[in-house]
Design a binder for this molecule. Sequence first.
Ligand code: S3P
Length: 168
Amino acid sequence: MVKKKFEKICVIGMPGSGKSTIGRALSDYLKFDFYDTDEQIEIESQSKIKDIFNKNGEEYFRKLERSIFKKLILKKKIVVSTGGGIVLKNKDLLNQTFNIYLKCDLETLIKRTSRNKNRPLLKNNVEKNIKILFNDRKEIYNETSDFTINATSNTQKTIKTILEHLNQ
Ligand code: S3P
């Protein structure tokens, strides 16, 4: 049994830090429901994230992201993997959750995100754009985090460290 303060867990961090993989695995171990904000946005809007950015712009996406995140965190016993930009507009909501920050070095982030072309904010020049996002956000991730973990190493090790913390 985990403590009450761990009943609403959010996984935060840069694109490519492994939020969805870690969040899903963590929810399995804890027997909590798993949600991914990007997945929920795509289900509710019936559109792909990149199409929302292309058609309606980032501001519209952020509003959608906030309204979906606000609804999700009303639930209990959840693990929510968030989009990398969740920390930009939702500090008030993230105060109500236990936030695990997957900290990852730039080299790994670049390697992981270069494989996938579905991230509108990284398009055209992944390396340059990820560095910009990282510099703009690193302080916000640190401030929002309740537990920070180096997520450059393998998934099993990361999960084990998180579970040890939650069971303390
Ligand atoms: C974003 C990250 C994406 C997605 C959207 C915006 C961001 O999610 O929410 O493209 O602002 O960093 P991932 O972090 O899962 O790539």
